[in-house]
Design a protein around this ligand. Structure first.
Ligand SMILES: NC(=O)c1ccc[n+]([C@@H]2O[C@H](COP(=O)([O-])OP(=O)(O)OC[C@H]3O[C@@H](n4cnc5c(N)ncnc54)[C@H](OP(=O)(O)O)[C@@H]3O)[C@@H](O)[C@H]2O)c1
Length: 286
């Protein structure tokens, strides 16, 4: 029997996309990760041809407009990528009876809670990025099918591409002082773990909305401090409030995600983010 083939949108250059390629290949799946020039994801006919010619069994969509602050001034492009594209991919996958794993974000929530957000909590995004990602989820949920998975994740770090953790380490190594926000709390998550957990959900042949993050919570300041400690750097990390570090987009002050639905379906408790961080920093930065 041929091994399943996955089309990974964003798999050529994306932070999560490249982790998905590595994990899927490691599990013996065939991963196809065409770059922008090879496949126009907005062209439904091209996507359908690619699916048919390569006998694609599953599409993973890790393409997004992820510039949270830039999105405030680039609303049309943010909605094109975060709402329209999932709509196009959803329709093609549904019509061709192919599974779709689509990724979303903790920034769909407003942060007014102080206990982890479950998939039953009502989203109320505070910024264009969050609103456009929610619009993508809603478009997909208008015509759900058995093969549709929407996975909300958060605060990603991992190999292959610059991310918050690698930036903090790079800044500390270059001797630059670090001032990092302490009054936003979330669920730091390793891209490789998210990729592995995504595959577990696919194997269960389940569908619907899930929260998939590593266990535990942290502020940006705590995440930076822990990362520097793992890298053996002793630079000081100065905690600053969101008010002292103004950003264009409003972010939730609390967006920890509750993964109990994921654990119930897969039987897996995500490992603590600190373990995943250590492994990542030791492997990449030693
Ligand atoms: N990063 C986080 O902390 C975080 C947190 C929560 C949720 N998420 C979600 O996780 C998913 C993956 O995020 P990520 O951080 O891995 O994203 P990323 O590193 O910014 O990668 C985005 C990918 O989309 C591609 N892309 C952008 N515009 C495109 C276009 N017009 N046509 C084709 N491809 C295009 C990029 O290709 P180019 O390199 O060619 O531009 C890149 O491969 C997203 O759905 C995001 O909302 C991320």
């Amino acid at each position: 029997m041929n091994s399943p083939t996955v089309l990974i949108a964003g798999g050529r250059t994306g932070l999560l996309g490249q982790a998905l390629v590595q994990v899927m290949q490691g599990e013996g799946l065939k991963a196809l990760a065409p770059g922008r020039k090879e496949l126009d994801l907005f062209d439904a006919r091209q996507v359908e041809d690619t699916i048919r010619k390569n006998n694609i069994d599953l599409v993973a969509n890790a393409v997004a407009y992820t510039g949270v602050d830039q999105a405030e001034e680039d609303q049309d492009e943010a909605y094109r990528l975060n709402r329209d594209l999932p709509g196009i991919l959803g329709q093609v996958c549904r019509e061709n009876n192919v599974g779709l794993v689509h990724y979303s974000t903790d920034y769909v929530f407003d942060g007014k809670k102080n206990t982890p957000y479950s998939t039953d909590d009502t989203p109320r995004p505070l910024c264009v990025y969050g609103r456009s990602k929610l619009a993508g989820e809603e478009l997909l949920m208008q015509s759900p099918w058995d093969g549709l998975l929407i996975l909300r994740s958060a605060w990603l770090f991992g190999p292959f591409k610059t991310n918050f953790v690698s930036k903090m380490i790079q800044m500390a190594e270059s001797g630059r002082p670090l001032s990092v926000i302490h009054d936003q709390t979330g669920s730091p998550t390793c891209t490789l773990d998210l990729a592995r957990y995504s595959l577990e959900l696919v194997k269960k042949q389940t569908s619907g909305l899930f929260h998939v993050v590593n266990k535990g919570q942290a502020s940006w300041c705590e995440l930076a401090s822990e990362a520097l400690m793992c890298a053996g750097l002793s630079s000081r990390v100065n905690p600053v409030s969101s008010g002292e570090y103004p950003q264009k987009a409003r972010r939730p002050s609390y967006s920890v995600l509750d993964t109990s639905k994921f654990s119930m379906v897969t039987g897996i408790t995500p490992r603590p983010w600190v373990h995943a961080l250590r492994e990542y920093v030791f492997q990449v930065h030693e």
